[in-house]
Design a protein around this ligand. Structure first.
Ligand code: ADP
Length: 251
């Protein structure tokens, strides 16, 4: 197996995600219909839409957490449809952080690297880089319970990025935080994504977040991606009445 730390070249754009004609059914009910999507390497792409529109399902399909019978998912042109999550070269950040409570900040960030048997020296260097990236160096020896919600989410980000994944998948990562913190941390996620040169697919129902953070976005409704474009394109000329009405609602 190649060393994940040796692979990464910060200069090369990588992490293109291609979803092709994906259908998804739960207990006989279709929740995604012939879904096509291309997320370009290095871009910050947001899936925006109301609750139940299929955003999380699509993200989990890209992650390999939900199996599909129809359609394909590829990362940088490699078909990963049948690959388990661990082999997809992705990082995942959830709303509820899911940190290990009995491990320190540094140990949480190191966890995935240890499992992959990264050597001690390389591991320490990588953890230090991550602590710097998410600005948690002074808190490296604290436990999750001793951190604020925003700090916990930064640990989760550091942990997800420690293995230099091609693609970072974020499912409402700011959902549990208050408005002010959401804005600050949103900007920070964007900075970290750019500095680490990672493709991001970001799920939210918050239009303002989508508008501020995204290079491009896809607006979802009832299992369909209704419109894809830059925030200026989508907000400037909504393609249909659903998109217009949804974007016209205030949060
Ligand atoms: P969103 O992320 O946009 O809120 P989801 O992808 O979570 O939407 O859900 C899309 C649809 O699929 C909803 O109707 C939801 O009830 C259904 N669904 C999601 N996960 C499951 C599951 N594990 N079992 C059955 N139905 C599910």
């Amino acid at each position: 197996m190649s060393n994940p730390l040796a692979d990464a070249s910060a200069a090369t754009k990588r992490g293109e995600v291609t979803v092709d004609r994906v259908n998804c059914d739960f207990h006989g009910t279709r929740v995604l219909f012939e879904t096509d999507l291309v997320v370009e390497a290095g871009e910050f792409f947001t899936l925006l839409g109301p609750s139940g529109s299929g955003k999380t399902t699509l993200l989990r399909i890209i992650a390999g957490l939900i199996d599909i019978d129809e359609g394909t998912v590829a990362i940088d042109g490699v078909d990963v449809t049948r690959l388990p999550t661990q082999q997809r070269d992705i990082g995942f950040v959830f709303q509820n952080y899911a940190l290990f409570p009995h491990l320190t900040v540094a140990q949480n960030i190191a966890f995935g690297l240890k499992i992959r048997k990264v050597r001690k020296e390389a591991l320490r260097k990588r953890v230090d880089e991550m602590l710097e990236l998410v600005e948690l160096g002074p808190l490296a020896d604290r436990f999750p319970a001793q951190l604020s919600g925003g700090q916990q989410q930064r640990v989760a980000l550091g942990r997800a990025l420690a293995q230099r994944p091609r693609v970072l998948l974020l499912d409402e990562p700011l959902g549990a935080l208050d408005r002010r913190l959401r804005q600050d941390l949103g900007a920070e996620i964007r900075r970290i994504q750019q500095e680490s040169n990672t493709t991001a697919v970001y799920v939210t129902h918050d239009q303002e977040e989508a508008y501020i953070l995204s290079d491009r976005m896809g607006v979802m409704e009832a299992g369909y991606i209704r419109q894809v474009g830059t925030p200026a394109e989508v907000y400037g000329s909504p393609r249909d009445s659903f998109v217009a009405n949804f974007l016209g609602e205030t949060n």
